[in-house]
Write a protein that binds this ligand. Structure first.
Ligand SMILES: NC(=O)c1ccc[n+]([C@@H]2O[C@H](COP(=O)([O-])OP(=O)(O)OC[C@H]3O[C@@H](n4cnc5c(N)ncnc54)[C@H](OP(=O)(O)O)[C@@H]3O)[C@@H](O)[C@H]2O)c1
Length: 346
């Protein structure tokens, strides 16, 4: 059994190692399943977990941790009191801490059976990003209320999440301005979503361009996963009473809250994290999973893969995630070894 581990926080290339363990995989307890993982993504948030960031529990020195929160694989065995899952079945798992390993044990309710029409790679990306989209959309609906909807801007629009947001905006007629950092990124977004305006921060007059695209109306809300150094400008573009929805920090450095006119202009700063998805009610969670499955079946192109690396090549995979111009998500794979359920893998 192979497991990617780190015992301290830091640059992933320096602190991650692959451990090969001759012991058999752990046995699932009551209500749990053991999943033999085949594919798992390397999300930017996974790297933040390795590096450490404000609000994330600091790793205790020497404590062994395995990154990864989602993935797909095959049920290897089920513990007592598990209904509806059987060995050999393909499943997508989230939240499942420690998926950068050949096996993971998860609560059965966190394993979603994958339908035949959804391939392994799409299944590996089934949950985190679509569920984040649902969380972002709810935050957006709260921010916009019943008033005249929009305009709204999103940063890092070419990201995997940004593309889901764009597709949803087109579907719902949301007046969205897409902000990217390069001309080549802008071109890709124009081709993918020709009806949505795209602005590039490498243009000196990008703020003016945003205003032109909104017809001079200030933004009602911003979906931001970059943070510093954009935050001040984004707040300037917001309407009084507008909402900055923050859900990532791809940028660098920090912005002090006190430097922003939050009080004077009655702004709202709202954080969104997919980790809070498990706090939603069972009915809403079931609807969200059905939404994700529907998206995977009908629009698999929204689950773009940037590259695939064997689990042992984790260092190269991590380096790829940060490459400018990358489009889609980097995957870590395990060979389809023999064992229960191999015939079920598609
Ligand atoms: N809060 C949550 O629960 C949650 C859940 C999922 C994701 N997220 C966050 O959502 C963000 C996007 O995730 P993803 O998986 O969709 O990303 P992704 O597919 O890896 O794409 C990253 C994108 O960000 C752009 N980018 C990278 N660094 C940037 C910078 N300094 N300034 C501007 N743009 C930059 C890249 O643009 P180029 O093409 O120019 O290189 C690329 O389009 C991340 O911050 C992630 O942590 C949050």
């Amino acid at each position: 059994m192979r497991t990617v581990v780190h015992t301290r926080q830091g640059n992933p290339a320096d602190v991650l190692t692959l451990r090969e363990d001759p012991d058999p995989p752990p046995r699932p307890g009551t209500g749990q399943v053991l999943v033999r993982l085949l594919v798992r993504p390397v999300h930017p948030g996974d790297l933040a977990g390795v590096e450490g960031m404000p609000g994330l529990a600091e790793q205790r020195l020497g404590e062994v941790r395995t990154p990864g929160v989602e993935g797909m694989g095959v049920v290897e065995s089920v513990g007592p009191d598990v209904r509806g899952l059987r060995p050999g079945q393909r499943v997508a798992v989230f939240p499942a801490p420690g998926t950068w390993a050949d096996f993971v044990v998860v609560a059965a309710e966190r394993a979603v059976p994958v339908p035949d029409g959804v391939d392994d790679e799409t299944a590996a990306l089934l949950l985190v990003n679509p569920l984040t989209l649902r969380m972002l959309y709810r935050a957006l609906e709260n921010a916009l209320g019943e008033q005249d909807k929009g305009p709204v801007l999103q940063t890092a629009a070419g990201s995997s999440i940004g593309r889901l947001v764009s597709a949803a905006a087109v579907r719902h007629g949301l007046p969205l301005v897409n902000l990217v950092r390069s001309a080549s990124g802008a071109q890709r977004m124009r081709e993918a979503y020709p009806t949505l305006p795209v602005v590039t921060t490498s243009d000196g007059d990008w703020r003016e361009q945003v205003r032109r695209h909104t017809g001079g109306r200030p933004l009602q809300a911003v979906l931001d996963c970059v943070g510093n150094p954009l935050t001040q400008d984004l707040v300037t573009l917001l309407a009084d009473g507008g909402t900055l929805i923050t859900y990532g920090r791809l940028g660098s450095g920090t912005t002090a809250l006190e430097e922003l006119p939050v009080v004077q202009r009655g702004l709202t700063v709202q954080g969104v994290t997919v980790w809070h998805w498990t706090r939603r009610g069972p009915e809403e969670r079931a609807q969200d999973v059905a939404f994700a499955l529907d998206l995977a079946r009908n629009t698999p192109e929204l689950f773009e893969v940037a590259a695939r690396y064997d689990l042992a090549d984790v260092e190269a995979a991590v380096e790829h995630v940060r490459r400018p111009g990358k489009s889609g998500t980097v995957l870590l794979t395990s060979p389809r070894s023999t064992g229960a359920g191999q015939e079920a893998v598609r």
